[in-house]
Design a binder for this molecule. Structure first.
Ligand code: ADP
Length: 264
């Protein structure tokens, strides 16, 4: 058996080259992304920041295969997304990516544990679709160990039998994060994950996200417009008018403030 060496799989979790997204045509055209080149490092927590309308959501949607660019390339976990048809892209998202949204998106009739295990249950229905090697019993044991680890890091061990309505907003978002991390996701995309939370719960959720990157080696890409949220990230990509204005590594608060051109 030959193994193909893929440098993207090692050096970047996701990268974009000449990424362009235009909505509409003619004089009404909006250039949401205007030639983005960016490399997101694996095992790090990256925040995508910028003013409203700068292209953050569009960039995330293109990186996560939720939207197709007008031009340019996106490579995630070594896969060029242009080469996937719509069905393959859907499978790729399900097997390789995790998602955390502002609105938690938990199923209300399921307990926290059932919500966290749902992606595995869905994948396990068909052996053909199972993304992992091994017998069903081996897969169950691996998944259980992985879920136990994630649940402990996220401080949810004593909340697993509660339904979403019995949990605070911060706890619900931690369940959503556990669900995303408990799969073998190459990247977890978080879209304004603290948008529905008060400042105490936000700080808690962000420190748990950071711990999961540091202690479990996950790769998290978070869209946020909140300076305080970006302060938890390792790297910060700042967008302006659909372009990368700057890409900072471990910025301090002053650097962030300067890069964003805001006053505190
Ligand atoms: P951000 O997330 O930074 O607020 P977006 O990526 O949502 O920015 O939007 C970037 C630009 O693209 C904005 O000018 C926005 O109005 C425009 N835009 C986004 N989605 C659409 C769409 N579906 N149709 C038309 N214009 C859009």
């Amino acid at each position: 058996m030959t193994t193909t060496f893929d440098p993207h799989a090692i050096t970047t979790a996701a990268s974009a080259r000449g990424l362009t997204k235009t909505y509409g045509t003619g004089p009404a055209a909006v250039h949401a992304l205007d030639g983005i080149d960016v490399d997101l490092a694996p095992g790090r927590f990256t925040a995508i920041m910028g003013p409203s309308g700068s292209g953050k959501s569009t960039l995330m949607h293109c990186l996560a295969g939720l939207d197709r660019p007008s031009a340019g390339t996106v490579s995630v976990a070594g896969v060029d997304l242009r080469e996937l048809n719509d069905d393959q892209l859907t499978r790729f998202r399900r097997d390789k990516l995790g998602f955390v949204f502002q609105a938690f998106n938990l199923l209300p009739m399921l307990t926290a544990r059932q919500n966290i295990l749902l992606p595995h249950e869905l994948a396990g229905r068909s052996a053909r679709r199972r993304p992992r090697p091994g017998t069903p019993a081996e897969i169950d044991a691996t998944v259980k160990a992985q879920v136990d680890e994630v649940v402990e890091i996220l401080g949810l061990t004593d909340r697993l039998d509660h339904r979403p309505s019995e949990l605070s907003g911060g706890q619900q978002q931690r369940v959503a994060i556990a669900r995303a991390l408990a799969t073998d996701a190459a990247i977890v995309f978080a879209d304004e994950p603290t948008g529905n939370l008060d400042s105490t719960s936000s700080a808690e959720v962000l420190s748990y996200l950071r711990r999961s990157v540091r202690e479990l080696g996950h790769t998290v890409v978070m869209v946020t417009h909140e300076l305080d949220a970006a302060a938890y990230a390792d790297d910060v990509v700042v967008l302006a008018d659909g372009r990368v204005r700057t890409h900072l590594s471990a910025p301090d608060a002053d650097e962030l403030v300067r890069a964003l051109g805001v006053t505190r």
